[in-house]
Design a protein around this ligand. Structure first.
Ligand code: NAD
Ligand code: UDP
Ligand code: UDP
Length: 346
């Protein structure tokens, strides 16, 4: 039954109501595409910890085996090297679809390939949606705050349709994710697939790629290496930074809940890049220098989630403020930068 497009057809906890309500919860079979990446690997830890069977599907474009290695040997864990552009046959209850290059440096690297062959987010989504349709699994798409583009509404509410430049350098990602949302909703409406859509705002934490070019990883790695923090533009643009454990909690609540979404999942604490640089200085090195660089094209001026909907319908809100989360990331980064040089730059 659809209620304002927000309620899935099978509101039972288990996909398709395969396990009757009231029975003791059995472990689920769950696919996490992109599960060897930053967010995916933390999600996998939570699902494994809960007793589910997890299949990670990853092509290791930006993901690393090291992120999930601690599960090797566990009979409930499987890792498949596979590019989700190719079809895949599996029997599962839930699909968390994260596979996608997420950092602007990565997705701009080869934008044509990004949109048409290597990461045609829409085609990849199609395979996983096809899989969900065939086996009756519940499908969760990790979309992005980038669907709002350079937003004219602040903070951004899910009902805002966004301001994306369709011919810009970021559009391979933005439009790809927007198309993925469209396809997800079309499979929901047309084929009755149970779907969930999360719009993720900037997330940071341990296991981020060290040299992925994103601002938090750049500043933290730069401060640790005693290099100047590179602030792009005038540094007055804003972002809202969410710690990864808060995101994972939100994704799981969304998957288990009854609402399709889309839901903004982000921390409403908003910072200019200069303020972020200051927090990094306070946390790592008060003497770290700041160096201004030209900004990238079409950089969104501000970004901050309105999370009223997730608060009300998922009972979710972030718990870890930037000043608490950043030190946990710094510990991980300094271990990887100074502890094991093989992993440097991975
Ligand atoms: P990440 O780069 O660490 O993880 C992405 C994973 O997907 C990697 O392990 C990579 O190897 C894998 N992958 C990429 N293309 C693939 C393909 N074709 N087939 C199989 N695997 C593939 O990035 P992340 O930050 O963990 O992002 C995870 C998801 O969350 C992405 O969909 C991203 O768009 C979304 N998201 C992240 C953020 C953020 O701030 N981290 C913000 C908004 C949205
Ligand atoms: N697909 C997949 N695994 C499955 C089922 C489907 O990878 O278990 C792929 C399939 O190869 C196709 C896509 O998902 O390319 C979409 O499937 P769907 O059934 O929606 O479309 P159709 O095959 O009817 O075009
Ligand atoms: N940025 C910066 N210095 C860096 C990397 C990024 O000032 O070393 C800025 C960038 O211009 C943008 C913001 O930080 O305004 C966030 O960039 P990021 O690539 O982390 O994420 P996104 O643009 O996707 O939100």
């Amino acid at each position: 039954i659809y209620q304002n497009g927000h309620v899935a057809r099978f509101p039972s906890f288990n996909s398709g109501g395969k396990i009757p309500l009231g029975l003791k919860r059995k472990g689920l079979r769950i696919v996490v595409t992109g599960g060897a990446g930053f967010v995916g690997s933390h999600l996998v830890d939570r699902l494994m910890g809960r007793g589910d069977s997890v299949i990670v599907v990853d092509n290791f474009f930006t993901g690393r085996k090291e992120n999930v290695m601690h599960h090797f040997g566990n009979p409930r864990f499987e890792l498949i090297r596979h590019d989700v552009v190719e079809p895949l046959l599996l029997e599962v209850d839930q699909i968390y679809h994260l596979a996608c290059p997420a950092s602007p440096v990565h997705y701009k690297h080869n934008p044509v390939k990004t949109i048409i062959s290597f990461t045609p987010i829409q085609f990849r989504t199609l395979n996983m949606l096809g899989l969900a349709k065939r086996v009756g699994a519940r499908f969760l798409l990790t979309s992005t705050s980038e669907v709002y583009g350079d937003p004219l509404q602040h903070p951004q509410v899910e009902t805002y349709w966004g301001n994306v430049n369709p011919i810009g350098v970021r559009s391979c990602y933005d439009e790809g994710k927007r198309t993925a949302e469209t396809l997800t909703m079309d499979y929901h409406r047309g084929a009755g697939v149970e779907v969930r859509i999360a719009r993720i705002f900037n997330t940071y934490g341990p296991r981020m790629c060290i040299d992925d070019g994103r601002v938090v990883s750049n500043f933290v790695a730069q401060a640790l290496r005693k290099e100047p923090l590179t602030v792009y533009g005038d540094g007055k643009q804003t972002r809202s930074f969410q710690f990864v454990s808060d995101l994972v909690e939100g994704l799981m609540r969304l998957m288990e809940g009854e609402h399709v979404g889309p839901f903004n999942l982000g921390n409403p604490g908003e910072f200019t890049m200069l303020e972020l640089a200051q927090v990094v200085q306070e946390t790592i090195d008060p003497n770290a220098k700041i160096e201004f660089r030209p900004n990238t094209e079409d950089d969104p001026h501000k970004r901050k989630p309105d999370i009223s909907k997730a608060k009300e319908l998922l009972g979710w809100e972030p718990k870890v403020p930037l000043r608490k989360g950043l030190p946990m990331m710094v510990t991980d980064f300094s271990q990887r930068i100074f502890g094991d040089h093989k992993e440097r730059g991975s």
